[in-house]
Design a binder for this molecule. Structure first.
Ligand code: CA
Length: 223
């Protein structure tokens, strides 16, 4: 999942970036409202964490502009402690959730996972698709039929989660690459193939079907 982190406090960015990356997000961070608006409108993010007090353009205005432009990006806003009016203004501007500063990164990550499920109308609880269950805490996948569990590397986890959130759909290599890597990581579709094949070795070759010239389809049996 690609995440846009909009926050102007460098120490908070540093801490959150490593926590979020450990939780399997590919993170791009920006520190002002003008750049945030541009990035959110031009890159295909899955979710954004948006601080409201930002230089150059407020977080509320950034959010309102995204929504005015028809951008449905799920957005969690960071509000000042006890500033109830910021929450009200944030929801009016189109926020999907909020968290008041200071917060524990574990709560932020749990809320982001819930937000991603809601935005795709997935039931709450562990992600279960096509006979597999993904444990987002431990980054392992369980084959439900045999109860066999496999550890996943960070990239394998991000890729499989994206597949599991879009079962039965043709996903192009470009789309997968965009959602699995962050902005600065080198994007190479040959590398993607390597990861798809690693997942197949763990989950069975038929779990991910190749559609020549189009991309990959996950969970086609169950879909
Ligand atoms: Ca701020």
């Amino acid at each position: 999942m690609r995440l846009l982190l909009v926050e102007d406090d460098p120490s908070l960015v540093q801490r959150l970036r490593s926590e979020l990356e450990r939780a399997g997000f590919a993170v791009d961070a920006v520190g002002d409202g003008v750049e945030a608006e541009f990035m959110g409108a031009s890159e295909p993010y899955d979710v954004a964490v948006l601080d409201l007090g930002l230089p150059r353009r407020s977080g509320l205005e950034v959010l309102a502009r995204w929504r005015a432009g028809g951008n449905p990006l799920p957005v969690l806003i960071l509000t000042a402690r006890d500033a109830w009016y910021e929450k009200v203004d944030g929801f009016k501007a189109g926020a999907d959730d909020y968290l008041s500063k200071p917060f524990h990164s574990a709560e932020l990550i749990a809320r982001l996972h819930a937000l991603l499920r809601r935005s795709r109308a997935q039931p709450q609880g562990p992600l279960r698709v096509a006979g597999f269950e993904l444990d987002e805490e431990t980054q392992t996948v369980i084959v439900l039929a045999t109860a066999e569990a496999f550890d996943l590397t960070g990239t394998e986890f991000r890729l499989l989660r994206y597949f599991m959130l879009h079962p039965g759909r043709i996903l192009s290599k470009t789309r997968l690459t965009e959602h699995v890597y962050d902005f600065v990581t080198e994007r190479d579709s040959n590398v993607l193939e390597v990861y798809v094949n690693r997942l197949r070795r763990k989950l069975g070759h038929e779990s991910i079907v190749t559609r020549r010239g189009q991309g990959y389809v996950f969970g086609i049996e169950a879909a």
